[in-house]
Design a protein around this ligand. Structure first.
Ligand SMILES: [Ca+2]
Length: 322
């Protein structure tokens, strides 16, 4: 017997998919933020509606954009659930407390908020903002209203919501439209990331670029131009395309600076040597690249490259389906 319950809410009829509104404030004089992203009285925000099959945005869609995702979460089993969220720059997850009730201000509660940008799908953060909701006891086949709100100010951007289902013997799959993401919490302490090291001697504000060679195809991905004394955010923006295109991975960049006495310094103007470590956040079984071409456009600095085999190779990935 099919015990599924169909929502009788007239505004959000139960269906496959999540209703997504992409809010574009690029040409707006109004400020796009959490308090305005859902404000349809602001006429110069451009809103485009579509049906999304995952509760996630494309990576790096553009500055001054936001999203509203609305839909139903239908639990495959009566058990406990909790939700995870990562985003850049700010996001809130709302959840209906009563099945079938829909977008009702007294029933829908904020269950999770991420206030500052995270790396893509990095749901775990033990030192800063919580990125998971509390466990919630939900009933099988009941439609629970779900809404995610997202705003992006500049630079990189993304939003992903994931769910963890408490293990039960009769949970045979998922019948909702969320992307189910397994996570392995023990990896963070012992993980080594594939690392490319760029060393700049006498860093100036002139530009250069890097061409990364894909070890499988020998194809090249060029960075954008960036300054020899760039900060970590600018380096990340310039070189991330290779890692995103080749490995679908985000990166982080760490900078260590040395003064004339070869002591570490935090003052850019004292630095005579900048060492950038580009770390790929996805685990792989072999070196990400073994050839990077350096093309200096305006910089006079000396630029040298060390490959992961010389610096740090990735911890091998754990096999299994995710
Ligand atoms: Ca951003």
């Amino acid at each position: 017997m099919n015990t599924s319950v169909v929502s009788n809410d007239t505004a959000y009829v139960g269906q496959h998919g999540i209703r997504r509104t992409l809010v574009n404030a690029t040409n707006s004089s109004s400020s796009l933020k959490m308090s305005t992203v859902n404000d349809t009285s602001i006429m110069d925000f451009v809103r485009n509606e579509s049906i999304a099959l995952t509760l996630a945005t494309p990576l790096d869609e553009g500055d001054k954009t936001g999203n509203i995702f609305k839909g139903w979460f239908i639990p495959p089993a009566t058990t406990n659930y909790r939700f995870f969220m990562s985003c850049d720059d700010h996001c809130i997850l709302k959840f209906g407390q009563t099945p079938g009730m829909g977008d009702n201000v007294t029933d829908v509660q904020d269950i999770l908020e991420v206030y500052e940008w995270t790396y893509w799908r990095q749901y775990h953060n033990t030192t800063k903002t919580n990125r998971s909701s509390v466990w919630m006891a939900l009933e099988a086949d009941q439609p629970y209203f779900l809404e995610a709100q997202h705003t992006e100010f500049g630079g990189g951007d993304h939003l992903t919501v994931a769910v963890e289902i408490e293990k039960t013997d009769n949970s045979t799959g998922h019948y909702h439209s969320l992307k189910e993401v397994q996570y392995l919490g023990f990896m963070t302490e012992t993980t080594d990331y594939d690392t490319v090291r760029i060393t700049i001697e006498n860093p100036d504000d002139g530009n250069y670029l890097l061409s990364f060679v894909n070890p499988e195809t020998m194809g090249m991905t060029m960075s954008s131009q960036f300054a020899a004394n760039a900060d970590v955010a600018k380096v990340r923006d310039a070189v991330k395309a290779f890692y995103a295109d080749t490995y679908e991975s985000d990166i982080k960049v760490e900078l260590t600076m040395y003064d004339a006495a070869n002591a570490t310094t935090t003052n850019l103007t004292d630095s005579v040597k900048n060492v950038y470590d580009i770390k790929m956040l996805k685990l792989i079984s072999s070196e990400s690249t073994s050839k990077i071409y350096v093309a200096k456009t305006t910089t006079k600095s000396k630029v040298s490259v060390q490959y992961p085999s010389e610096v740090q190779l990735s911890t091998p990935p754990i096999s299994g389906s995710f």
